[in-house]
Design a protein around this ligand. Structure first.
Ligand code: SF4
Length: 290
């Protein structure tokens, strides 16, 4: 059986960068303790566990951010912002409550946040193509001063209506499905020809999605490795499945089933942007054993 590993499998540049920063600060005695990270650094349990072993705990924000700072101000020395980014309020609050911030927001996400702010400052009607409950999208929404419309599904496009007197500005979640964004952008532009559409899907996502379509066509079986909480991993699997029915989503090597490979001559393996290399290696070993 021929096994092809995607050239993009695993941590993307943004996640790699965030992980490296966290590893560095965990060893740096000058960084104020205790260190907490705002939610999961990446959507992967194994990585979260590894970070906890470095002495960095996960903390969640429930309710208004100001209440959160009021509660944690004496318990936290340093707070890490994840690669997904967060709204602008955190920077003022950290100063006010004297909590040190380590910002690992991916530069590509920062670009979309800045766009959202610029469009808001120009009083545009902002449309975000993305999942409104996703961490990155919530942050972008806050940079848009919480004044944006979301397009999450094709159904949202059907009833889509905006204030005609305003300029319409369209941006997208960096890890959205490229086909969906293209479809949504085309429909919006047709209905509102003056809409300014910015394709803000990150290049890494674009390459991964293009590659998985091809791999799904050329192979009998496709294995996508990721956490069920990882939106970009699930998206890769959905794209593969559209092309090849024999596409499977696994979190780790133990979930691989021998029966998937009956009569299989060629298998492709890929992994979402939050899947660490050690899990990919385990899965590769398991498939080779089969
Ligand atoms: S998927 Fe793209 S935007 Fe998101 S963290 Fe990775 S490199 Fe950055």
């Amino acid at each position: 059986m021929e096994i092809t590993l995607s050239q993009y499998a695993g941590f993307c540049e943004g996640v790699e960068r965030a992980y490296d920063i966290v590893e560095k600060i965990a060893k740096d005695p000058k960084v104020k303790r205790p260190i907490f990270v705002l939610g999961s650094l990446v959507h992967n349990e194994d990585v979260v566990e590894k970070i906890e072993k470095m002495g960095i705990q996960k903390v969640h924000v429930e309710g208004p951010l100001e209440d959160f700072f009021e509660k944690i101000k004496k318990e936290v020395g340093t707070l890490v912002i994840t690669a997904h980014g967060i709204g602008p309020q955190i920077y003022e609050l950290a100063k006010k409550y004297k909590v040190d911030l380590v910002d690992t927001t991916c530069p590509r996400v920062v670009k979309v946040q800045r766009l959202a702010k610029a469009f808001f400052d120009r009083d545009a009607q902002i449309v975000i193509i993305g999942e409104k409950n996703h961490k990155e999208v919530k942050g972008i929404f806050e940079w848009a001063n919480k004044r944006a419309i979301f397009i999450e599904t094709d159904e949202d496009l059907c009833g889509f209506d905006v204030d005609h007197t305003k300029k319409i500005a369209v941006i997208s979640q960096t890890t959205q499905d490229q086909e969906f964004v293209d479809r949504a952008a085309a429909q919006i532009s047709q209905k509102y020809p003056n809409a300014e559409v910015v394709d803000s899907i990150c290049l890494t996502t674009h390459h991964r999605q293009t590659e998985i379509k091809q791999l799904a066509q050329e192979n009998n079986v496709v294995i996508v490795i990721g956490s069920p909480e990882s939106a970009n991993s699930k998206r890769l699997w959905e794209i593969a499945k559209r092309v090849n029915e024999s596409s499977y989503f696994v979190q780790r090597a133990s979930e691989i089933e021998k029966k998937w490979f009956a009569d299989c001559k060629k298998v492709a393996v890929t992994a979402g942007a939050s899947t660490p290399g050690w899990i990919i290696e385990e899965v590769m070993r398991e498939i080779k054993n089969i």
